[in-house]
Design a binder for this molecule. Sequence first.
Ligand code: SAH
Ligand code: TYD
Ligand code: ZN
Length: 410
Amino acid sequence: MTGRFMANCRICDGILHEFIDLGQQPLSDAFPAPGATEGEFFFRLAAGLCQECTMVQLMEEVPREKMFHQDYPYHSSGSSVMREHFEETARRFLKDALPGPDPFLVELGCNDGVMLGAVSAAGVRHLGVEPSGGVAEVARGKGVRVRTAFFEEETALAIAAEDGRADVVYAANTLCHIPYLDSIFRGLDALLKPDGIFVFEDPYLGEIVERTSFDQIYDEHFYFFTARSVRAMAARFGFELVDVERLPVHGGEVRYTLARRGRRTPAPAVAALLADEERAGLAEPATLDRFAADVARVRTDLVELLRTLRAQGRRVVAYGATAKSATVANYCGIGPELVEFVCDTTPAKQGRLTPGSHIPVRPARAFGDPYPDFALLFAWNHAEEIMAKEREFGEAGGRWILYVPEVRTV
Ligand code: SAH
Ligand code: TYD
Ligand code: ZN
């Protein structure tokens, strides 16, 4: 079985310029048990640029129920840096964005309650919408109110009827996971107060292209936003891009704020980012074709390094069984013959195999038992946090292998 083939833009039906094909790829968050790899789902992971609205998107759509379900293993609270990031986000909403006597905040994809936990603790009316039942249950354990559902028009209408309209709808690393944006925006229109805002943050195409972080491309990441493509998308659905803010998390993101058309004056940051994007040529096919060539070079360099180390009898393990690493491992053909195991703190991934590439996943403590010679940092977006935590590895002579923005050891 394969996903759905798309040759036209999922938003505006414009023709897509396909610029990269990363081959047959599995579900990035489906970790099979050893011996249970039969029947793994694969689809063609390729991305294209819409020649009309400039939205970069996957060429094939994976059915949402295959990705987001009871056993979805990603827990947002697994990183201390991300916990701080979302606590700060909650503080800012509580301080600046929730006016009136009884404000209401809705979060799409609240996951394990990493952000809403703080909103709940402040006693502010909120609701998380989260289709993955397991993580939703963890959020409830933190006092967060959660509706186990995919957000879409129907869900929004039900929420508006039961709870009233929202001041803020927020989505972190979630909007880019949702192909069906027409339904999402009809839902936002039904759910937001007239002056309500929609705030969302996702990996930024500008950063992906600049740093060749091609592993941001995987089944769950359907869209790769820019200020320009978001502005066009917002306009199509009756909204307006009124603010942007660059964020350092997850390898470089942008937080976008949308309001209903004409309700707010756009901040100067919007024009500034649009100008940066113009200079970087982010809407030009040639720029993305160049990115694809850079990606191929990273693959060549990484495979060569791993093969050389292996031939020298060095021990190489990987660190962080990220969704992103499914793309790297499957595109580069990295399996257990090149990397002994991957260590990861997520209990649901441990004892399993990485999707498609079948590298065993072990608990974090396996890393130092004993330390390998090299550690391939799949969770490169958490480099600072992980390298600080694993200082002893470096002190023992171990070296990290990085591949963003280029292949090197440190
Ligand atoms: N906001 C968290 C989680 C991101 S993972 C963070 O930034 O860390 C993406 C989440 O979106 C998953 O928990 C997934 O179950 C959820 N999701 C996917 N489709 C959704 C939809 N249509 N509505 C709401 N949540 C959705
Ligand atoms: P992350 O890079 O946040 O996202 P994605 O899966 O979307 O690519 O995933 C981080 C993974 O790395 C997650 O499985 C938890 C793991 N991890 C560790 O094992 N140790 C750590 O110290 C941190 C920060 C993450
Ligand atoms: Zn388009």
